[in-house]
Design a protein around this ligand. Structure first.
Ligand SMILES: *[C@@H]1O[C@H](CO)[C@@H](O)[C@H](O)[C@H]1NC(C)=O
Ligand SMILES: *[C@@H]1O[C@H](CO)[C@@H](O)[C@H](O)[C@H]1NC(C)=O
Ligand SMILES: *[C@@H]1O[C@H](CO)[C@@H](O)[C@H](O)[C@H]1NC(C)=O
Ligand SMILES: *[C@@H]1O[C@H](CO)[C@@H](O)[C@H](O)[C@H]1NC(C)=O
Ligand SMILES: *[C@@H]1O[C@H](CO)[C@@H](O)[C@H](O)[C@H]1NC(C)=O
Ligand SMILES: *[C@@H]1O[C@H](CO)[C@@H](O)[C@H](O)[C@H]1NC(C)=O
Ligand SMILES: *[C@@H]1O[C@H](CO)[C@@H](O)[C@H](O)[C@H]1NC(C)=O
Length: 472
């Protein structure tokens, strides 16, 4: 299968990363330089390899999905179900010290490739401070079998039932199922098992070598600043070519990033009453904007998405899906951090406190303004280290984003990865702040490029987003 092949390629890639790191720790300078070169080349290749397989996929006529049998899978067994009778933390005494550990939970449903992230999490798990869990929703056979095959005392498989008092009726809508799954898992871990911190992982991810350390260090930010709703491992505009290679660099964003994120008990208790029936991520984006909350995000992502359906699902009758284009233009080009770093105190302090947002706003507005054609044509050595691109409307922002390769989306008044409607990326060695004349209002509308049904993409041409999108 296409996606599996892509997954394997990515695991090879991550294997190389790990070998590189081992050399790094041996202090072999030459090895470090070599690895750096190899990784850079590979990093540039990944999107094109992904594009190749995407092209093959679009070329093959759509047939009914058949599941490829895998001889290595063990026999299917109904897993044990831990029934969640109520969400009362006093029901069952939690294990000692559990309140101080961070629960890392992988939410699985219908993707057998979930074993990749679980195995990576197992391989890198520190001896203390973290509990690893997998939560399986539904009974999809391959996924169930793959999870049952993971034999380790370090990871526990959960099958949680819905809280009966919620009166849920069965739904076949996957967005509804996902929203319920998150509710069940967070209630179980925080209310029943008394965890104070939960990291939520999706089933189609890979992790950076400092994944655990990243979250461990940033627990302090979550604790000491009530405006911080979550810590995320993901930078939506973290594509190769748009980021500075600084693993210590952190930002605040009021656009919920998801894709590997940590929440604490306090925020969960506040939000669980309002938890939505469907599309929890849209809900969280709106909720954060309404309540002036932010998430901490890295400059260099600590997770990598190997899924193909990260964006909106395909629209019937259209020749290709936005999700596919989104994946190939943005998700597959994500620069995954390759350094095993410990965040410094000062790096963390910079994202604590609301004043950081106002300081950033002031700084961004003080920068020399430039238009995008100047930015893209001026000789690199003449570019200032930091510049401002102005925009007035959502459409202006989308035009700008398309011309520099950032994600051209605005949700509830926030561009992806932005803070106070300000986006930050690196272009041609300069830090570029995309600054609104006036902050965009919080509103219900989501501006996402719609796909043109025609013309079909030419397989040999490079993806050129500006020719493929139109806006409403
Ligand atoms: C839930 O309730 C059933 C019977 O009412 C009981 O057998 C089961 O042990 C309970 N589960 C938990 C986790 O308390
Ligand atoms: C949990 O149980 C205690 C004591 O039985 C009760 O006072 C409390 O209201 C319950 N909490 C919830 C959320 O049901
Ligand atoms: C839950 O964890 C907190 C620490 O986060 C601890 O103070 C509390 O006593 C724990 N509750 C139970 C019932 O163990
Ligand atoms: C669930 O149904 C019961 C009985 O019909 C009702 O008392 C309760 O309020 C309902 N709960 C919710 C959350 O709707
Ligand atoms: C990263 O470094 C820490 C110590 O600083 C070490 O415990 C951990 O195993 C390292 N992780 C990897 C993936 O090498
Ligand atoms: C945000 O606020 C708007 C306007 O008050 C409201 O309609 C919407 O339901 C809120 N959304 C969330 C997720 O809090
Ligand atoms: C960009 O700015 C330069 C210099 O101010 C100007 O000559 C040029 O016309 C501008 N381009 C656009 C597209 O506005």
């Amino acid at each position: 299968m296409d996606s599996t092949r892509f997954g394997r390629r990515v695991s090879k890639f991550s294997l190389l990363l790990r070998q590189g790191l081992r050399r790094l720790s041996n202090g072999k300078k030459l090895g470090l330089v070599l690895m750096f070169v190899i990784l850079t080349v590979l990093g540039f290749l990944v999107p094109f390899l992904a594009l190749q397989s995407h092209i093959k996929k679009t070329e093959t006529p759509k047939t009914k999905e058949t599941e490829e049998p895998d001889d290595n899978l063990p026999e299917f067994q109904e897993p044990e179900i831990f029934r969640l009778n109520s969400t009362n933390a006093t029901d069952e005494p939690p294990e000692q010290n559990q309140g101080r550990d961070i629960a890392v939970v992988v939410l699985a449903a219908r993707r057998p490739e979930v074993h990749q992230v679980v195995n990576q999490l197992l391989a890198q798990k520190p001896a203390s401070g973290f509990r690893l869990l997998m939560s399986l929703d539904g009974t999809e056979k391959q996924t169930t079998a793959v999870l049952q095959q993971i034999k380790s005392n370090e990871v526990k498989l959960l099958r949680l039932a819905d809280d009966k008092s919620r009166n849920f009726t069965a739904s076949s809508d996957s967005y509804v199922k996902i929203a319920r799954h998150y509710l069940r898992v967070l209630d179980y871990l925080i209310l029943k098992l008394n965890f104070s911190y939960v990291i939520l992982m999706e089933d189609d991810m890979l992790i950076a070598p400092d994944f655990y350390q990243y979250f461990r260090s940033l627990r302090r930010a979550l604790d000491s600043d009530e405006s911080i709703f979550c810590v995320s491992a993901w930078n939506d505009n973290g594509q190769i070519g748009l980021v500075t290679e600084d693993p210590q660099l952190l930002h605040r964003t009021d656009f919920f990033p998801g894709l590997g994120w940590m929440i604490n008990r306090r925020h969960w208790l506040q939000i669980r009453e309002f938890w939505p029936k469907t599309q929890y991520d849209d809900f969280l984006r709106h909720y954060m904007m309404n309540n002036s909350l932010v998430c901490v995000r890295p400059e260099l992502s600590r997770t990598f998405n190997i899924g193909r359906n990260g964006g909106r699902s395909s629209e019937p009758g259209k020749s290709y899906a936005y999700g596919d284009i989104f994946y190939h233009n943005y998700l597959s080009r994500m620069a995954l951090n390759t350094f095993n770093v410990t965040l410094t105190k000062s790096a963390i302090d910079k994202v604590i406190g609301r004043s950081a947002d106002h300081d950033l706003d002031k700084f961004a507005r003080s920068l020399p303004a430039m238009n995008v054609s100047q930015l893209l044509s001026m000789p690199v050595q003449e570019l200032p280290p930091a510049v401002r691109l102005r925009y007035a409307t959502v459409n202006d922002f989308i035009e700008l984003a398309l011309s520099i390769g950032a994600i051209p989306e605005v949700w509830f008044g926030a561009p992806r990865a932005s803070i106070l409607s300000i986006s930050m990326v690196s272009v041609r060695g300069s830090r570029v702040f995309i600054v609104p004349d006036k902050r965009l209002p919080v509103q219900k509308k989501i501006y996402i490029p719609r796909m043109k049904p025609k013309p079909k993409p030419k397989p040999e041409s490079n993806p050129a987003p500006s020719r493929r999108f139109w806006f409403f």
